[in-house]
Write a protein that binds this ligand. Sequence first.
Ligand code: ADP
Length: 472
Amino acid sequence: MKLRTKLWLLLVVSTAMSMVLFGYSSVWIGKAVNKGYALFQLNPLAQSIVDSIEDGPEFGEDTLKRILDNAHEEHPAIRWLWLNDQGQSIYDTAGLNPTLSFKDLAVLMQQMPQRFLTDDDVHILTPATKDGQSYFLLLSIPASEMKQGEVYFMVRTYKSLLTLVVPIILSFSLPFLLAIWLFTSINKRIRKLNHALNQLNIQSDSPVVQLVDSSKDELGQLTQHYNSMAHRIRSQFAEIQQFESKRKLLLSNLSHDLRTPLTTMLGCAEMIRTGNYKDQQELQGRAKIILQRCRYMDKLLDQMLDISRQDADDLTIRLAEHNLSEIVRKIAVEYIMILDGDQVHLDVEAPDEDIHLPVDVSLIERALRNILDNAIRYGKDGRYLGIQLTADEHSVNIIVQDRGKGIPAEHHAYIFDRFYRVDSGRKGEGLGIGLAIVKDIVEAHQGSVEMNSIPNVETVFRISLPRLNLPQ
Ligand code: ADP
């Protein structure tokens, strides 16, 4: 059953039940608390006296007197008056024996409910027949002897019913109407939320349905949660999609990057096996090619390993005090050899004094080599490679500079992202993971890495390591 139907049902049933409960409880409480005669008791009482007179064997003044005196004894508050059809009193328990015209009787019977509320007597006139003669029994009782607060006394005409019951119904209905209004608005908001949730399709290009609900209640909070959740799901899905397409690109690059050197190596190895080379120099040349390709493949496999390590968030660092000046000088010497004959001017600036810092030396060397390799691979055309080490009391900076083609400004924000490559279409240049690893390594040392590039002017990578006593 729908919530709305349930609510309506509940309201209708509860209204009906409240009315019934109101009726019964007022009767029961009236009975228990209000002493006196109820109006509905008086008619049967008068009728019972009339019956006992009508059914009596003989009809004389004595019999009448006895019956009415007995009734008066039993109900001392009531005055009993037996009248003939001319309105003459035959016996009056009050001893007044009046003669009443029909007009008088009619006046007595008039405006009963109002009489009940005043101090006037309440009268019940009951017709009787005895021995073919018509009589009347007039029962009179002071209003003060009637049950006070007897609601049903009031309900004698439709008019009084309207004046009494309609206000009661209205007052009963007001809280229900307010409840209906509240629940309807809640229901409307829930339906909106439900609809928005149904519409939420993470793959669709249509914009996410954003709900506006400024109220601070639970539903308002739920709506806010929905809005941020929908937004988050969409952006996370977009990220996953982007990541997935990068991963696919990586796989295709990788298979290309592995196959190309393999083909070259196979050709060289085949030439060596068949002895199909001119002289010793050519043999050396082929062997060198095989070695280079093997190193390249080894590096690729290393990077693959790094990717799976990054996936597992597994970058454990082992810190030990090291002299960074020495590390930078050692690596600079390595690159002097690598660049031998390449007409690249290598500019190294490292202070003579020792700069000690707790670092994971193999990781820091790797980060520096990644940046230097990139500078050579992408910036060789600038014919300049600068390596600089500076230190102040707060930090130690390693700066690598080249003057090659550089990185256009629109790529700067993503350059440290995994699998990001400026020229993603070109194969055989890398997997787009080197700088992401640099960032991970530097951040694991609580440092930072930044890049600035003006294409064809200069490209600068700066690693900053804080001079803190890092935890071991
Ligand atoms: P890759 O394995 O592709 O070299 P990296 O994460 O090391 O991956 O580098 C990401 C991209 O940044 C490279 O593909 C390259 O386009 C660009 N890049 C990095 N260093 C330089 C540089 N010194 N000059 C120009 N482009 C660079």
